[in-house]
Design a protein around this ligand. Structure first.
Ligand code: PMP
Length: 287
């Protein structure tokens, strides 16, 4: 594999030369936030929405982000250009930086945050999971209580995915008090037999997915009935269709939950239709 060019605090450097302090609070305390923006045809999908969420995450944690959207867009574009990225993602991470030591207390306001970006090539449109769907296994939602903030504390989602894989599934759905919160790294949806599309309402319990918001719009444009409410594992298992949404998987059908087939066990018609419509809409939104 050829070496990527990554961005670290104002510099574009070869990935093997990129450096962040061992005292960085992102490294020591998971004190940081991130965004993942999808790239199609070398262009960014829903960039303004991702930057709005980044600013909200940073401000909820009082992490300074002084760069404006124009500058952040220029950095994203320069990385896409330097790495000749056609399809995939740009990962951005912003941490509270380093004072050169370890301490729970936040550093002085003048301590500069650390900003790192890199590209990841991935086939997003023509993917096996998009075509064939995925199997999910439920796991208890043992994450912290502010999942609306996109922090880099991803140990538990990582553990949940590993447990789901050990159970023979592709990904995890997280469950709390009998209801599904979301996937380990995506938002969860069901289609009822009455034809109502259901996804959990926004709150501190889930991440407000950018893809979720666009799919809600796309669904309304297709005249689908939509409800934002919680649903149980049992309701999802007996639903007509299930799917997940995220920037890096678009709309991906779910064909089984804990080995219980959803519908006939194949990707649902509405899920496939929403995936197609989401891709069409995204290509109109690129920048
Ligand atoms: N929920 C969680 C926990 C996630 O990690 C993600 C992906 N970052 C999502 C939902 C989907 O968000 P988006 O559509 O903005 O990628």
């Amino acid at each position: 594999m050829t070496h990527r060019t990554v961005y670290v605090n104002g510099d574009y450097v070869a990935e093997q030369d990129a450096k962040v302090s061992v005292f960085d609070r992102g490294f020591l305390l998971a004190d940081g936030v991130y965004e993942v923006s999808a790239v199609l045809d070398g262009k960014l999908i829903d960039f303004p929405a991702h930057m709005r969420r980044l600013r909200r995450s940073a401000s909820e944690l009082q992490i300074a982000l002084t760069l404006d959207d124009g500058t952040l867009l220029a950095i994203h574009r320069e990385l896409i250009r330097r790495n000749a990225l056609e399809e995939g993602m740009v990962y951005l991470q912003l941490t509270r930086g380093s004072t050169g030591d370890r301490d729970f207390g936040y550093p002085e306001a003048e301590t500069p945050p650390t900003l790192v970006l890199f590209t990841q090539a991935k086939a997003l449109v023509e993917s096996r999971s998009g075509r064939e769907g995925i199997r999910v296994a439920t796991q208890p939602d043992w994450r912290w209580a502010r999942r609306d903030i996109k922090t880099v504390q991803l140990l538990y989602p990582s553990m949940a995915k590993m447990a789901a894989k050990a159970a023979g599934a592709d990904d995890a759905w997280l469950v709390e008090n009998g209801v599904v919160t979301e996937g380990a790294s995506n938002n969860a949806w069901i289609l009822t037999h009455e034809g109502v599309l259901v996804t959990r309402e926004l709150s501190h319990a889930i991440l407000p997915g950018i893809t979720r918001a666009v799919v809600l719009e796309v669904a309304k444009a297709l005249s689908l009935h939509v409800e934002a409410r919680t649903f149980s594992v049992a309701e999802a298992q007996s639903a007509k269709e299930c799917f997940v949404t995220s920037a890096s998987s678009f709309v991906t059908p779910v064909i089984a939950i804990d080995d219980v087939k959803i519908g006939d066990g194949y990707p649902g018609k509405v899920s496939q239709q929403l995936r197609e419509a989401y891709i069409v809409e995204s290509r109109r939104r690129v920048m």
